[in-house]
Design a protein around this ligand. Structure first.
Ligand code: ATP
Ligand code: MG
Length: 419
């Protein structure tokens, strides 16, 4: 019997895990500096949370959810994104009663039943930030500044920030009417998906990835022309705030994002270097979600960054150099007595912060030293019965091919002096 990882999933190990850990380290460090705390929510939630939160007409809910039905239990779904769970946690744990804002981040796997291709998987990973407790554009700008700093710190080049505003409920209604008229006039040239979207949620048509649709939609009316006074002022404030922090952006009225919960600000960071799945980060304001989840009316804004797409850029732009494990000493051994000594010394050294490796395969001394070379150990020793009896050992500097005799019982002190 042989097994394969499910379609659209990937094992992450070796050089890749090195890069993932570096990137995750950068993200966590940035959140620390921006005063954002981590939240870990369950990998699955009540299905209804996503239906209501992400939205009945979104691609996610209509066709991408991994829903699990167990006899006698409520239906649950593997998280397709992080915001709904974070919002549920904010309400369920009454975080709204704490001094605001509440700023949280997560690094989480997410699951969507999609056609796998470069930059699109069925299990992928998101770094996300949510800021709850304010309707002010300053928070939209703060969220964007975190994503911007993350991309800069990782070193990603040639990324463009695009911003837009979808307005509030009233503006959206006005825009839907104008947009519907436009789409109606072009409906026969649009793809099947778009025709379906037109019925359920015309805004979603703007999000179509089909090139032909894209060309037609170039001439669609702009949502920004339908904004009311308050939403217009909010968008202007966002631009002022971004200018104030020196964060460059372009306004793109075609950005609508794929989730139903956005109000006012939406934004994307886009790369044109990783093919058609070029959106590395998407976010926006969602002032109705906390209310939808049974909480008090609460302003909220956030984003999610697709880590697989970031890793593609990290690799193609050679942003993080792989450095193998830093092994201080390889402790070779001969015979059972030698092995037991190597094991106890190895354990002692490891506990004192030294990176030590010893042979557990009972290989020949020659094979052991070959392995020590392969793993790039800085020092090596070989412990046999004589070394134990005489409390004396040759400490070999692998880089310089030099050696010196030291007391076996002093090995820790001697090593600490040298590394
Ligand atoms: P797309 O238009 O690429 O489908 P989306 O609008 O569905 O993206 P969001 O739900 O906003 O994306 O998710 C935020 C980010 O997560 C995306 O910008 C992308 O980087 C990443 N992402 C989304 N779906 C996938 C996937 N199936 N595989 C890998 N990354 C993904
Ligand atoms: Mg999608």
């Amino acid at each position: 019997m042989s097994f394969k990882a499910p379609r659209g999933t990937k094992d992450i190990y070796g050089e890749d895990i090195f890069i993932w850990q570096k990137v995750e380290g950068i993200l966590r460090e940035i959140c620390e500096r921006f005063c954002v705390s981590e939240i870990r929510t369950p990998v699955f939630e009540q299905t209804e949370l996503f239906q209501r939160g992400v939205g009945e007409t979104s691609d996610i809910v209509t066709k991408e959810m991994y829903t699990l039905e167990k006899k006698g239990s409520e239906s649950v779904t593997l998280k397709p994104e992080g915001t709904a769970g974070a919002a549920r946690a904010f309400v369920e744990n009454s975080m709204y009663a704490d001094p605001q804002p509440t700023k949280m981040y997560y690094i989480t796997p997410a699951f969507r039943y999609e056609r796998p291709q470069a930059g699109r998987q069925r299990q992928f990973h998101q770094f996300g930030v949510e800021i709850f407790g304010s309707c002010d554009a300053a928070c939209d700008a703060e969220a964007i500044s975190i994503a911007y700093e993350a991309l800069n710190k990782i070193g990603v080049k040639n990324i463009e920030l695009k911003i837009n505003s979808l307005g509030g409920n009233e503006c959206r209604k006005r825009y839907n009417e104008v947009l519907k008229d436009f789409i109606k006039n072009n409906i026969s040239d649009l793809c099947g998906d778009c025709r379906e979207r037109f019925e359920k949620n015309p805004l979603r048509v703007l999000d179509c990835k089909n090139e032909k649709c894209g060309n037609i939609l170039e001439n669609a009316p702009s949502v920004l022309d339908c904004l009311g006074e308050e939403c217009k002022a909010h968008f202007e404030a966002l631009k002022t705030n971004l200018d104030n922090m020196g964060i460059p952006y372009t306004v793109d009225p075609k950005i609508v994002r794929g989730l139903d919960y956005y109000t006012k600000t939406v934004f994307e960071f886009v790369s044109n270097e990783i093919g058609s799945q070029g959106t590395v980060c998407g976010g926006g304001r969602y002032d109705n979600l906390i209310g939808e989840c049974g909480g008090p009316q609460t302003g909220a804004v956030g984003f999610a960054m697709g880590l697989e797409r970031i890793m593609m850029l990290v690799k193609s732009q050679k942003l993080i150099e792989f450095i193998g494990k830093n092994i201080d000493i390889y402790i070779g051994s001969i015979g059972e007595k030698g092995f037991l000594k190597a094991q106890s010394i190895g354990y002692e050294l490891r506990k004192s912060g030294i990176c030590a490796e010893y042979d557990t395969l009972k290989r020949s001394v020659k094979a052991q030293l070959k392995y020590a070379n392969k793993i790039n150990a800085k020092y090596s020793v070989v412990i046999g019965e004589n070394e134990v009896l005489n409390d004396s050992i040759n400490l070999k500097n692998m880089k310089e091919s030099s050696q010196e005799e030291i007391k076996l019982s002093d090995i820790k002190e001697e090593l600490l002096k040298r590394i």
